[in-house]
Design a protein. Structure first.
Length: 275
């Protein structure tokens, strides 16, 4: 169920489907170019434009992200932008904690006494994740700009990849955020994969984790499937443009776009809370 709709939604009601298609196109473009867009961009948009409460927005965003990332992941696999060993290790670490955290959130949300506090907690956690991710990406961008040694020379330990997966799994399951916005900085800054391969790897891994999260939330009534399908249609329409741009933009441009997407999402999230 939708909560009280914000003014922007009331103004745009007459063209509701077009609005959702536009949101989907924007999401698909951001996801394809940066690996960011699932929870970090969708959740603020679903709240601010469509008036969803936090837990419903998390569930709906997970549905959209998992469906859209099938095409985006296929594009990156075709372009050989995926580090399969790191994806496998991180998935092994993420799977159990993704399942555990999703079940915990939906169980608590069923208790009326916990609902308000739970939504506030999840919202605060989303903001913290966004800020941390923004700092990580900016630091990596500056390091590259200062000609710091290439990340491709780093040989990550197996334990680092497993622990990174566990961290992302717990965040993604509880907040819907952590696919691109956390996986991308971890793959690029901590594990040491170059930015374009980090984008592809984050899309593939977050596809698997988002699908698990979507299943858990939807099974418990916290997912708007109709809205999700409309946004997915808009996102699919962005694929040709995404593929064209990805072959032509530089690593530095990917960093700048990523920073811009995360910063904009953070602003929208904070504005949603204030309003």
């Amino acid at each position: 169920m939708l909560t009280e709709l914000p003014l922007v939604y009331e103004i745009l009601t007459s063209s509701n489907i077009l609005v959702k298609l536009g949101l989907g196109f924007t999401f698909g473009l951001c996801l394809g170019l940066t690996g960011v867009g699932g929870g970090v961009l969708l959740i603020p948009l679903l709240q601010f434009v469509l008036g969803m409460h936090t837990v419903l927005a998390v569930g709906t965003a997970s549905i959209i992200a998992s469906l859209v990332k099938v095409s985006a992941a296929a594009t990156h696999v075709k372009q050989r932008n995926v580090e399969w060993r790191q994806v496998s290790l991180m998935f092994m670490g993420a799977l159990p904690l993704t399942l555990l955290s999703t079940q915990l959130i939906v169980a608590l949300n069923k208790v009326p006494a916990y609902q308000v506090a739970l939504n506030q907690f999840v919202q605060a956690l989303i903001v913290l994740v966004m800020i941390a991710s923004l700092v990580l990406v900016i630091r990596k961008y500056k390091a590259q700009d200062n000609n710091v040694a290439s990340a491709e020379a780093v040989a990550p330990r197996k334990r680092t990849s497993l622990l990174s997966g566990m961290f992302c799994g717990s965040l993604l399951g509880s907040t819907g955020v952590g696919g691109g916005v956390i996986l991308l900085p971890l793959l690029n800054s901590v594990i040491g994969i170059n930015i374009k391969r980090a984008v592809g790897s984050s899309v593939v891994l977050s596809l698997m984790l988002s699908a698990i999260t979507a299943w858990s939330y939807t099974n418990n009534g916290q997912g708007d499937l109709t809205t999700a399908l409309i946004l997915v249609t808009g996102a699919v329409a962005s694929i040709p443009l995404t593929s064209y741009l990805m072959k032509r933009i530089s690593d530095k441009s990917v960093y700048r776009i990523t920073i811009g997407v995360i910063a904009l999402s953070l602003i929208i999230t904070i504005a949603t809370e204030v309003l």
